[in-house]
Design a binder for this molecule. Sequence first.
Ligand SMILES: CC(C)(COP(=O)(O)OP(=O)(O)OC[C@H]1O[C@@H](n2cnc3c(N)ncnc32)[C@H](O)[C@@H]1OP(=O)(O)O)[C@@H](O)C(=O)NCCC(=O)NCCS
Length: 195
Amino acid sequence: MAPRTVATRAARLTDAGAIATIYNQGIGERVATFETRERDAEERRAWLREHDERHPVIVAEAEDGEVVGWASISAYSQRECYSGVGEATVYVRRDRRGEGVGRALMASLVQRARSAMYWKLIARIFVANVASRGFFEQFGFREVGVLEKHGKLDGRWIDVVEVERLISENICDRPSKRVRRQRQSSGGRTRGYRS
Ligand SMILES: CC(C)(COP(=O)(O)OP(=O)(O)OC[C@H]1O[C@@H](n2cnc3c(N)ncnc32)[C@H](O)[C@@H]1OP(=O)(O)O)[C@@H](O)C(=O)NCCC(=O)NCCS
């Protein structure tokens, strides 16, 4: 089957119902998230209001305008030192998986991460979530390691794989002011600098 066209755009409050439906499919499958509580449009509207330019939610629209997937970047940590690390999430409606919807969402997500000056995207994926592991790998996410018994789902311990992708354009290797000053004063001869 020829791949269908997929457009992505920033989510609107009116997308809340479709986003809830798609999320609930993932919740029901018990392989994508520790969440077990189903969401509704009202709850997702409130969730959307918490997001902003820096923590975007985007949706994928099919040719007929239906929302067939969503993705988001949420804060990895409240600590300032991790401000450039975002957690990526992608969910595609079950009947539209395997058609490039996730690919379009991830491409847009990485682009937004780049513009918002994130230096890294991470995700935590259930070890058993083969589709998601293949998906993230396809987009250059490296499997860092397995977090053993990271949480319980329906009373059973779940191991998760931590994955990361550096946003190379936002990693500035320019030496710090201190190193530049040292170099100037030593005529360019500096020893290795350790932060
Ligand atoms: C993971 C998920 C988002 C992938 O979305 P998708 O639209 O089906 O993916 P695409 O069709 O765009 O596929 C892109 C690439 O991902 C990989 N991929 C997708 N499905 C895969 C599968 N079942 N097994 C292995 N790799 C897979 C492939 O490399 C694929 O590239 P290819 O088609 O050139 O081989 C989708 O399966 C999903 O919504 N799963 C449930 C929710 C979830 O687990 N989300 C992840 C938690 S954040």
